[in-house]
Design a protein around this ligand. Structure first.
Ligand SMILES: C[S@@+](CC[C@H](N)C(=O)[O-])C[C@H]1O[C@@H](n2cnc3c(N)ncnc32)[C@H](O)[C@@H]1O
Length: 295
């Protein structure tokens, strides 16, 4: 049975704005501001929504689908999502406990303690707080040993009450989503005719240091997309558009015939770049993501 996209939202616009009021996690490369635009390119009717590179789940949260599968290869992130679905009060408690340390010992010291705890044993509670409190929302890992190295942000992490309200909203938005800790290929292999898959993979050039440095090869993703397409699955792929990585301009050419349409989604300035440039803004760093569509 297909679901019209306007009924796919759990909360009709009159009761609930489709746009999420605020991010649960701060996440580099998140699609929060462009989620509605991306969704507008999805077919108007589909069965299951599948998001295999979930990150902070901007598109999933905005869509709030009635039936969905979402996954990420990064275990502590999966821990946050699966706990949000099962036990949102626990997610709120995670944040509140860590936020309380700010009052007890000051923001900088609290941040360092939580970062040390995360680096001792990677876990969802610490990652959640670090993503909200770290510099520029850039959760960054040292290449050599996976050590989370981002310094403390200059901002104050959002108050607990505000975070709690967001958590409860996001809990409702993902109420019908099944979460997976897995490689994207595993999730995409489950897609069937009539489903929609939205892929937002790591940027090939610049993101191997982020998210715990998982292995990722774009040509393998293209193969997985081709298999989905053959089964009658609609796939939308966000991919680096005009962005530069260091001195390289990333130019990615997908196999001919794989995609039917392409559009540019304006993604504004690159937070990663701003972080690397130590806070300086760069007028020429406006980037746009390409959105490639199989139908
Ligand atoms: C660009 S981010 C997704 C951002 C997301 N759209 C958002 O709005 O926050 C890419 C995500 O893919 C995940 N990832 C990287 N390699 C993966 C793999 N092989 N399989 C599944 N997820 C992977 C990363 O952990 C990261 O969370």
């Amino acid at each position: 049975m297909s679901t019209a996209i306007d009924d796919t939202t759990l909360f009709p616009d009159l009761v609930w704005p489709r746009q999420v009021r605020g991010q649960l996690l701060k996440w580099i490369g998140n699609k929060q501001r462009f989620a509605s635009e991306i969704i507008s390119y999805f077919p108007s009717r589909f069965d299951t929504y599948i998001e295999p590179f979930l990150g902070s789940g901007a598109v999933l949260g905005t869509l709030a689908p009635r039936r969905a599968m979402a996954g990420d290869a990064f275990a502590p992130l999966y821990e946050i999502w699966s706990t949000l679905r099962r036990d949102p009060e626990r997610v709120i408690a995670w944040y509140a406990e860590r936020h309380a340390l700010i009052r007890a010992m000051g923001k900088g010291a609290a941040y360092l303690q939580i970062r040390a705890s995360y680096n001792e044993r990677a876990n969802g509670g610490d990652l959640l707080f670090l993503s909200r409190a770290c510099y520029g929302g850039v959760v960054r890992f040292r290449k050599s040993d996976g050590y989370m190295s981002t310094p403390c942000g200059v901002h104050d992490p959002i108050p607990v009450a505000k975070f709690a309200a967001r958590t409860l909203e996001w809990h409702q938005r993902v109420a019908y989503t099944e979460f997976f800790h897995c490689d994207y290929r595993e999730l995409m292999a489950r897609a069937q005719a009539g489903d929609v898959v939205y892929c937002d993979p790591p940027y090939v050039d610049s993101q191997t240091i982020l998210y715990g440095a998982q292995e990722f090869r774009l040509d393998e993703l293209f193969d997985a997309i081709a298999m989905c397409k053959r089964r009658g699955v609609f796939v939308a792929l966000s991919i680096d558009g005009t962005k530069k990585s260091g001195k390289n301009v990333v130019a990615i050419e997908p196999p001919p015939e794989l995609f039917r349409r392409e559009t540019l989604v304006n993604c504004g300035r690159s937070m990663l770049r701003r972080f690397q440039m130590d806070g300086r803004t760069l007028e020429d760093e406006v980037i746009a993501d390409r959105l490639l569509l199989t139908a």
